[in-house]
Design a protein around this ligand. Sequence first.
Ligand SMILES: Nc1nc2c(ncn2[C@@H]2O[C@H](COP(=O)(O)OP(=O)(O)OP(=O)(O)O)[C@@H](O)[C@H]2O)c(=O)[nH]1
Ligand SMILES: [Mg+2]
Length: 701
Amino acid sequence: MREYKGSEIRNIAVVGHGASGKTSLVDALAFVSGSSKRHGSVRDGTALTDYNPEEIERGFSINLGPAFAEWQDTKINLIDTPGFLDFQGDAIAGLAAADGALCVVPATHGVETGTERMFREAVRRGDPVLFVVSMMDKEHADFDRIYQQIKTRLTNKVIPVEIPIGEGVDFHGVINLFTKKAHQFKRGVKTGEYDETEIPAEAKDQFDHYYNELIESISATDDAMLEHYLEGAEISRDEAIAGMKEAMKRMELFPLFCVSSELNYGAQAVLSTIVELMPNAYEMEELHAFKGAEGDQTVEIHAKDEAPVAAHVFKTMSEPHVGEVTFFRVFSGTINNGDEVYNATRSGAEKLNHLSIAQGKDRIEVQRLHAGDIGCIAKLRNTHTNDTLSTRQHPVRLPLITFPEVQISMALHANNRADEEKIGQGLHRLHDEDPTFEVHYNPETHETIVSGLGERHLEVNLSKLKRKFGVTAEIAKPKIAYRETIKGKAEGQGRHKKQSGGRGQFGDCWVRFAPQPRGAGYSFVDEIVGGSIPRQYIPAVDKGIQEAAVRGVLAGYPLVDFKAEVFDGSYHTVDSNEMSFKMAGILAFKAVAAKCKPVLLEPLDELEINTPDDYMGDVLGDLSSRRGQILGTEPGDSGTVIRAVVPQAELHGYASSIQSMTQGRAFFKRHFKGYEEAPNEVAQKVIEEHAKEKEEELLVH
Ligand SMILES: Nc1nc2c(ncn2[C@@H]2O[C@H](COP(=O)(O)OP(=O)(O)OP(=O)(O)O)[C@@H](O)[C@H]2O)c(=O)[nH]1
Ligand SMILES: [Mg+2]
């Protein structure tokens, strides 16, 4: 393969709703260009970019998939992205590595929530977007309907540049409005070959209609051209294309194309359009002027071969036998095979042996990557997603990709206790590979908690854990980390006396407990006067109280936010020791805490929910059925933002329930807010459950 300069490269992320035909389109584009030798299919498990066993088994994309198509002296880097919400992290990462997006909308289902979300994300980044209506060969395919839908639901700046000849089973050609030519595909062959013809007579009216609309739209984005047009002058093809390209960069126009990836119809036209209309990596600089950090200084990053190297890691994937593969986008400088680079994020050197580019699962070694290109490398020592590779002289850190926040959490239990360590390592590796998959240990409930974007996301990670690390685990509803506290004051005695043969044990203390404000924790005050307890034993009383407090008095949960004062006691010159005073502390806790009106505290989360207004009523109603307290509502980007505080115990399954309530259009962030007293009926239930568990434990032992 020859070397490509930034001006000869296009970096394109392929985005859209789940099952919209993205993977099939990438396969078709790479195939018709000749860069991929085989026309793969998602259905057969042979698609170029769905090569992971988890993807083949399920028939949808999970990881972003790298591919390329060499076309018209240009290398088009294609990043296939997953459409399902659960794997959105990789779609965001794919966009971050690209300079523009193909937004795929199926001719049958049209615009869905995933289309909307990814289109908005691309626009938010300032990327030019090209719409592709996919699956034109399918029954009920309807180009016009999809065009209107995109117009009303996504943007009224969408404009067809290509129109189909025939639809559904009759789909057999496309008319390009710029070239004013038709491509009539050869029936019975699936390689996308066509005859270029004049516009067929039966399509003339349709052509005229769309052609005028296109030229009018382009002219409207440029004053000089508009004047020209209004004077009745002919707008040339080159003028129209140049105008379109500029308008796309400013997001004033979004062209629309149509294809059938199954038949490879229309794929060549999409490739040519990417070359012609999408900005190259150098041109993108004016749009995505990048800044990085060198120490505390902000530095500009230029897409220039002679500038210092700065490459951003947008994905890592670990595979058995291969190790970790790191995917990066070169934002500036030139990288040569064998170069040593510096990971400024982790302050470590890395050697780039076997510098490669990826075509699906295959890696092709290259000698050099120029500014603007995308590459990959296996077996780096310590480099992870979101790190920047640069040089020791200019240790730059590029801005981080902001990944979506986790939506659900579950407890993970190893099927086999002996596997626990391996599972821990595996989970951390999976997190490195996918930052939206998080792992932490909850010391209060003694559970390993895995969090992600949805149930499917966690399920897939369990499969990866099994395949890559050979260990199995199950997930279950996580335990709630309740706590206890006291509402009243009381005092009492803890007296420990034991006489068993030789030397005895004796410790005796009087303590007073009082509530402290929420979050204040525990404090201990020594009020002993006159040495009724010798100095050296007082810390033991404190220790005893703290140890007993961990197990609470109501339901076995830690008792928090109280003050303990030790104000009297007695001792024995021979039998007293630290151990006996610790026991006295434990006994004092049990005696006194129970008298201080103990109550159960439950953990609460604060939610920030973004919902389209149509679903406001449902979302609010549901929150109140979950004992939610609404803090306020305000207008948001796409509807209303609701802020609410909801007990964690009521939030299990919230992510899926809000998805189904709002047809996947709402999203939320959730973070721990604090503890509050649980209502009586909730507390009673928890206390009863604890009593039952204890009883069962006693029966077992
Ligand atoms: N008839 C027909 N079927 C298609 C076409 N494109 C895709 N399909 C089928 O539609 C289904 C979904 O296609 P994919 O390419 O996997 O869609 P995707 O957008 O990558 O889906 P996710 O990875 O889940 O986001 C598969 O069964 C494809 O075989 C097409 O042009 N014509
Ligand atoms: Mg896919």
